[in-house]
Design a protein around this ligand. Structure first.
Ligand code: ZN
Length: 155
C-alpha cells in the first residue's frame, strides 16, 4: 500500500467531508475537469483514461461491466490524475504489475474503502464480505483485498 496514495485519498475525503460509505461518484472530479462516459471497450478493459492537459481528461467505462467495477476503475484513473502527471493514457489491460498501476489501485481502494470506516463497520457488521461490498459499492474482490491490506481478513 502506497503511503502517499493513502494520504492523498484521506485528504480528498476530508475535502469532501465524507463520513459514510458509499463515497459519491462525483468525487472523481476533485482532480480537475473529468468527463466520465460509458463506452464499448474490449473485454478486460474496464476503464480507459485519456488525458489532454490543460483541457481535462476523459474516462471511458466499459458498458458491460457491473456498476461497482466501473466505479472502481473510475477511481483508479482518478489515482493517475492525482499522483501521476506523466501518465496520459491507461487502459488497465495487462499492466497491473507496474508500480504506477498498483499505486492507482491502492489509491482507489483507500478512497472508496477508508480504513477508519471499514474498521468500524467490521466491528458492527462483522466480516460479511457481501454486505460490506454492497455498503461500499465496490466489487467483492476489491473488498477482500482491502480487508487483507488492513489485516482484517486473513490471507
Ligand atoms: Zn492505470
Amino acid at each position: 500500500m502506497s503511503a502517499r496514495a493513502r494520504a492523498l485519498a484521506a485528504t480528498f475525503l476530508l475535502q469532501w467531508s465524507a463520513t459514510e460509505p458509499p463515497v459519491p461518484d462525483a468525487l472523481v472530479n476533485l482532480c480537475g475537469p473529468v468527463c466520465v462516459l460509458p463506452a464499448h471497450l474490449p473485454v478486460g478493459a474496464v476503464g480507459t483514461l485519456f488525458r489532454e492537459p490543460p483541457f481535462g481528461s476523459i474516462i471511458w467505462l466499459r458498458k458491460d461491466e457491473p456498476p461497482e467495477a466501473r466505479r472502481l476503475a473510475a477511481f483508479h484513473h482518478m489515482g493517475h490524475l492525482a499522483l501521476h502527471p506523466e501518465i496520459l493514457f491507461c487502459t488497465m489491460r495487462g499492466i497491473a504489475d507496474l508500480p504506477t498501476e498498483q499505486e492507482a489501485d491502492s489509491f482507489a481502494r483507500a478512497l472508496l474503502m477508508p480504513d477508519r470506516w471499514l474498521k468500524r463497520d467490521v466491528k458492527e457488521m462483522e466480516l460479511d464480505l457481501g454486505a460490506l461490498a454492497k455498503r461500499y459499492d465496490v466489487p467483492h474482490e476489491a473488498m477482500a483485498v482491502r480487508l487483507r491490506e488492513l489485516g482484517l481478513l486473513s490471507a
